[in-house]
Each structure stands twice: as C-alpha cells, then as structure tokens.
Design a binder for this molecule. Structure first.
Ligand code: AKB
Length: 333
C-alpha cells in the first residue's frame, strides 16, 4: 500500500539503490500541473517530486513531494536531485512568448541559462533522461509555415523563440558530446481546463472557453483568421510520456520533434463553442501578439514523431471543445 499523501510530504526519501524518481521543474505552470498529476497516476506518488520557484505552488501538489527550487541556486538544485534519487527530469520552467518581450534579457536568462544549468546538473549527476519542451516559436517569417517541416529554416523573432531555438541545439550538443539522453518536443499552443496559461501568444484559446461558460463576451487579441497549431492537454501530456518512454534507439532527433494536433483560427473555435453556447459573443482587437502569431506556423509536419515513437493525437477541435466545456461547466465538487 502506498504512503498517505501527508506522510509523503514530510518524509525524507528512504535510501534507494536506484535513481528511479522523477523531478518536474516548473511544475506549477499550466503543463506542469497536469504532467505531475499524470506521472503520479502512472508511477505512484512516491516516485514523483514536483518543484517550482514559487513556494505557493506547493498547494497544487498535496498528493506528492514538493520542493521549492530555483535553478539558479544550482548547488541546491544538484543536492535536491541527489538526495531525492532523481533519474528523470522534466524541465518546464520558462517565460512564455508574449511576456518574454517585456524583459528580453531576463527571459533569455531564465529560459536559456536556466536550461544550461539543468543540463549541466543532469550531466554531473548522471541523470538518465531529461525532457525539455521546445515550441513552434522556433519558426518565423522565413520558414515554411503551412506546414512547417521538421528540418528547414528556423527564424525565431521573439526572445522566447530564440531561446527555444538555441536551447534545442544545446540539448543536441549535450546528447552528442556527453551522451545525455535529452528528449524535446516543439509544442504548439496547449489548451487545458485545469488552469489558465500565462504570458503566451496562444492563451486566447483557453481564455475563450472560460468566457463562454461564464456567459461573458470575449475580446480576442488575435484577428479572426489567424490560424495556429494547438494541442489539447491530454495529448500534450501523452506526447511527453510517450517520447520519454520510447526506446533510446528510436529517438533520432535531439533538437525538438514537431507535433501536430489540431489547427484552428479564433473564429473557428468560436463557432465550435457556439454549438453549445449559441448566444456567446466575440469581438477582435489585435494587439502586439498578432505579429508574433503571424510569424508562427499554421500547421507543422510531424511525420518524424509519428514514425520514430508513434505520435498519435486523439483530439480535434470539436472533440476538444466538448471536453473543455464539459469540464469547465461542471459545478465544482
Ligand atoms: C506561447 O504562446 O508562448 C506558447 C508556445 C506556442 O510556445 N504557448
């Protein structure tokens, strides 16, 4: 029988022969919270350590160990990895594309220097596998955008995209030079009902659902016909786990795998929601995020992900809409 959550929170992990625990850095964010929940469901609460720079994030993880962690306090981070017998790291901590433009210098520091500190810690401590999310933001106006190929011109325009582009190459470098088993995905916009994302260009696609169920009109900061690739949260989490569980010999790409789920415009998701909320209203007031979105792919070619490790998303726009609305409209227990 597994230990009770309170016991897990307080206990110091027992001596283990094997490094078989999983650390999620930046667990308090949109993807992290769902990822931790799934990792706990799959591997058990004992094997998962959630961490975040914000102590307040602890409250999201009553069911597993939580460690406050700042990757820039790297000695402490290394000690945490060692003492907790960490064999796998999911490094999710980052500033997203729109917020990243507010302070480019510190975005670079957090997103790129932070990654380097994590890679270095993992190399020194012999961590077995590392997951790092890249993004469609590596592409830009000079790339082919519909669909963006796996290999080809990258032309990131935001500091977030530049850091993802450089970070992918660093991941590949650590793999080639040190044999570190780093695995990366180029995520599109991620849509989930668990929590609101913060600071991204694709956030509208989550906000719009919240407005619909609250009976409020929505003002979209992208134009009605801006098509972007998106992924529903269960597919996004499944992609990370499938990639991490694939045999090493299948992982042919160490930069970032393209992932296609569904692609839609603001007006298309609005119409999909209106099947259930016919009185829902939308208006459009594009801001600086419009320009970021226009440089991003409308779809990506994910042939390599399908071929190498069996990527197979389940949700299209309408299926996702039904599930989102079902969860958001359900009264809390
Ligand atoms: C963002 O909008 O910044 C992210 C992304 C596509 O990487 N969701």
């Amino acid at each position: 029988e597994r230990a009770k959550p309170e016991t897990v929170q307080k206990s110091i992990p027992q001596k283990r022969a094997k490094k078989d625990r999983i650390l999620v850095i930046g667990a308090g964010g949109q993807l992290g919270r769902e990822l931790v929940r799934t990792l706990v469901a799959v591997y058990g609460e004992e094997r998962v350590v959630a961490s975040d720079i914000r102590e307040e994030a602890r409250g999201h993880f009553p069911y597993c160990q939580f460690e406050p962690l700042n990757v820039f306090a790297n000695q402490r981070m290394e000690r945490t990895m060692e003492e907790n017998h960490i064999g796998q790291v999911y490094h999710l901590a980052a500033i997203l594309s729109a917020d990243g433009e507010i302070d480019p210098q510190s975005t670079w520091q957090i997103n790129l220097d932070g990654l380097l500190l994590v890679l270095e810690a993992c190399r020194k401590l012999g961590v077995e596998k590392i997951f790092w999310p890249s993004s469609i933001a590596v592409f830009g106006p000079m790339s082919r955008l519909d669909p963006s190929p796996q290999f080809g011109v990258k032309d990131a325009q935001t500091v977030y995209g530049i850091a993802k582009s450089a970070g992918e190459l660093w991941c590949q470098y650590y793999h080639k030079k040190y044999g570190l088993d780093v695995r990366c995905l180029r995520y599109p916009g991620i849509i989930g009902h668990g929590c609101l994302p913060a600071g991204g260009t694709t956030d509208y696609a989550v906000d719009i659902f919240h407005h619909a169920v609250q009976g409020k009109p929505y003002t979209c900061y992208l134009s009605n016909d801006t098509k972007l690739p998106m992924l529903y949260m269960p597919d996004a989490v499944k992609a990370a786990l499938d990639l991490m569980n694939a045999p090493t010999k299948n992982i042919k790409i160490r930069t970032g795998y393209n992932l296609q789920g569904t692609s839609f415009t603001p007006i298309e998701v609005y119409e999909s929601i209106r099947r259930f909320y016919p009185r829902f209203k939308i208006s459009f007031e594009p801001d600086f995020r419009q320009q970021i979105a226009e440089g991003w792919p409308r779809a990506v070619d994910d042939t390599e992900a399908r071929k190498d490790w069996g990527w197979d998303p389940k949700y299209d726009l309408d299926y996702m809409t039904e599930d989102m609305l079902d969860h958001l409209a359900r009264p809390p227990k």
